[in-house]
Design a protein around this ligand. Structure first.
Ligand code: GLA
Length: 698
């Protein structure tokens, strides 16, 4: 149970490591570092001539940032997310990535830095206190790989920690107390970028530690003529957005990302509110990309890449491109999306709305256009909608709207919307006027709310094609696909010769479920084809859905013996009659809360949401709720019971030292009941939660 369950947990682990190591530091070295202004974000001068003053050593260039570096968010590669400390991180990998940057057009697309993370050095410095590259990984040293990377017209980055050791338990040397010597060594090797971590920091003030290295890098740059981008990696612990704009070019805002949806989502949500702090030469860094590492779907990776771009985040590829598939190259190489990230105005996009998991995030661009992300946090397709006015565009007769994943230009009268798949993002760029009418009209196709249907039964769904443009849509035709065993019949026209601007084509469909249909959600691909007045053809895809339901069992029965309609869970799948355990299915232990074990119940992990069909037949729900003892001393969650969209019971925040508490709920007449576990307001961290003895009475 001590795996890294979340980004927050990762950061917490290091914090503990730091405390444990305190006392082992060479304090004299720390104290010998130049004193700095208490708050480098102000104009206060430092106590010495070499730290934080307006002029550099011997009246040279100013030490403070901005210095013209990282005018747009850094782009490149870093090995950490794909290799961690494993042996495949070596000079062959670094050179191989540089080759691929050139061969696959990624260099031309803007990727520039090939960065080494932790584990490149030997644990011990040499007799002169110099860092020694690991001869197994880098047999020719770091300078040789730097030369190789430079020869390709690319740049190279390296890593160390603002502590006595880096984060890896093998104990690689950190730069605390060695700042000037290490910075000089990096510059002499030809290093263009330093990621400076936070582990084993001995409790020394963060501003002081990070400013000392800034000044060391500046001094080394002045001597060698090599500018070095400076990436602060203290995980947002000291709110670097408040003080780091003239210390580093970018600063991590969160704990470590991992290659799964909830980690990526949690980090995105922490980074979005920090928009005002980002700008040219000083960026929020929500950590490196996981695109291509296999733990998310391509839809989720497109969301990851879209949202990092609209947040003007550094785009550091974290997958081993030597084995990456074509979908990965297509995502990472999307120049329309990269242009959003790299826009010279340097704005980080801001949240316009975020109700019901329907996120609208907009970014002002240098040419007056707006990038607009319609991001669907939920598991199921949702229509997400905003307007040109709401994202800050001036009034106009029409707008050109480019779909940055489909690379298609459309016109709109001001509506900006789409039916977005679960976990998906539609990314548009919208310009006022700009000859909008010459592009085909934007249109949408979607379905009304998902009906309930019994196995072998029938239900009705209505689909709507809507012309959102300023020109007519011609030869419109809507298609509804029946999966194996299902029958779908149109009860009204599926085609129209013309749908005018603002007009719709609504079609009613009858669905018949197969007699052996399994309980749960069934999606149906939905398509629409139409033509612009110019004849240009446009195709849309979307989805409709229905829930296959069975009448609930009569009497009092355990929820863990029911089929659910759908279930979302923050860590591994929902488990029946055991705790959630780790990420694999069936790996939990006995449900145990406050030392008491329960034979029946549901084991979940925040954020979790399980939907049951009660069909208006049930009266009550009850459970004994609490954090499972497998969370150790951590975790806090809140349990909620929802009946047809209304919250009918809640536990309040529950922490680990509490016994299970009863959570009865009146669910009379409800068609559906949802069991929800939230993170208790403090992020997802060891949140293993149990619905012990969960029962319905119907
Ligand atoms: C910390 C950083 C990571 C990575 C590792 C290396 O966790 O936040 O990005 O550099 O250290 O040990």
């Amino acid at each position: 149970m001590r795996k890294l369950l979340s980004a927050r947990r990762a950061a917490g682990t290091y914090a503990r490591a730091v405390t444990a190591a305190a006392g082992a530091v060479a304090l004299s070295a720390v104290l010998a570092a130049p004193a700095v202004a208490a708050h480098p974000g102000t104009q206060t001068q430092s106590a010495t001539a070499t730290a934080g003053t307006a002029a550099g050593p011997a009246g040279g260039p100013a030490l403070r940032l901005p210095d013209g570096l990282a005018e747009t968010p850094p782009m490149g590669f870093n090995n950490w997310n794909s290799t961690h400390c494993r042996a495949e991180f070596d000079h062959e990998m670094v050179k191989g990535i540089a080759d691929i940057f050139v061969e696959r057009g990624l260099k031309d697309a803007g990727y520039e830095y090939v960065n080494l993370d932790d584990c490149w050095a030997l644990p011990e410095r040499d007799a002169d206190g110099k860092l020694v590259p690991d001869p197994e990984r880098f047999p020719d040293g770091i300078k040789a790989v730097a030369d190789y990377v430079h020869a390709k017209g690319l740049k190279i980055g390296i890593y160390t920690s603002a502590g006595t050791k880096t984060c890896n338990p093998a104990g690689f040397p950190g730069a605390l107390g060695h700042e000037e010597s290490d910075a000089m060594q990096f510059a002499e090797w030809g290093i263009d970028y330093l990621k400076y971590d936070n582990c084993n920091n001995q409790g020394v003030d963060a501003i002081e530690r990070y400013t000392t290295m800034r000044d060391a890098l500046k001094a080394a740059s002045a001597t060698t003529g090599r500018p070095i981008v400076y990436s602060i990696c203290e995980w947002g612990q000291n709110e670097p957005w408040e003080w780091a704009a003239d210390v580093g070019h970018l600063w991590r805002t969160t704990g470590d990302i991992s290659d799964n949806w909830s980690s990526m989502l949690g980090i995105m949500k922490q980074n979005l509110p920090l928009a005002e702090y980002a700008g040219p030469g000083h960026w929020n860094d929500p950590d490196m990309l996981e695109v291509g590492n296999g733990g998310m779907t391509d839809t989720e990776y497109r969301t990851h890449f879209s949202m990092w771009s609209i947040m003007a985040a550094p785009l550091l590829i974290g997958s081993d491109l030597r084995t990456a598939d074509e979908a990965t190259f297509e995502i990472l190489g999307n120049r329309d999306v990269i242009a959003v990230d790299q826009d010279p105005l340097g704005r980080q996009g801001t949240v316009v709305t975020s109700e019901g998991g329907r996120w609208v995030v907009a970014k002002e661009m240098a040419d007056g256009s707006r990038a607009v992300a319609l991001f669907n946090e939920s598991d199921t397709p949702q229509r997400i909608s905003t307007t040109a006015g709401a994202v800050g565009l001036p009034a106009a007769d029409g707008y050109r709207m480019r779909d940055l994943w489909k690379h298609e230009d459309l016109n709109t009268g001001g509506g900006i919307s789409a039916t977005v798949p679960g976990h998906g993002t539609v990314l548009y760029r919208v310009w006022p006027g700009d000859g909008a009418g010459s592009y085909p009209p934007a249109a949408e196709v979607g379905a009304g709310s998902a009906p309930y249907v019994e196995a072998g039964g029938t239900a009705e769904v209505t689909t709507t094609f809507r012309n959102a443009g300023i020109t007519p849509a011609r030869d419109v035709s809507v298609g509804f696909e029946a999966p194996a065993g299902w029958q779908v019949e149109a009860e009204s026209p599926t085609t129209a010769q013309q749908v005018p601007p603002g007009g719709t084509l609504a079609t009613t469909w009858q669905l018949t479920a197969p007699a052996d249909a399994a309980t749960g959600r069934q999606e149906f691909p939905l398509t629409a084809d139409y033509a612009a007045p110019s004849g240009e053809e446009v195709s849309l895809t979307s989805a409709a859905a229905a829930y296959v339901v069975a009448n609930p069992p009569a009497g009092t029965t355990y929820a863990s013996d029911w089929e659910w309609l759908e279930a979302g869970n923050g860590w591994g799948p929902v488990e029946r009659d055991t705790s959630v355990g780790e990420q694999a299915a069936g790996d939990g232990g006995p449900l145990t809360v406050g030392g008491e074990t329960y034979a029946k119940g549901l084991g979940v992990h925040a954020v979790s949401d399980i939907g049951f069909y009660t069909g208006g037949e049930c009266e009550t729900f009850s459970a004994q709720v609490g954090l499972d003892d497998e969370t150790g001393a951590n975790g806090s969650v809140a349990f909620e019971v929802w009946a047809d969209g209304a919250k009918v019971a809640e536990s309040g925040v529950v922490t680990n030292d509490e016994a299970a508490q009863p959570l009865p709920a009146d669910v009379a007449d409800a068609q559906t009941v949802r069991l929800v576990v939230t993170d208790g307001g403090d992020g997802v961290d060891y949140d293993h939660a149990d619905w012990a003895d969960a029962q319905f009475t119907c």
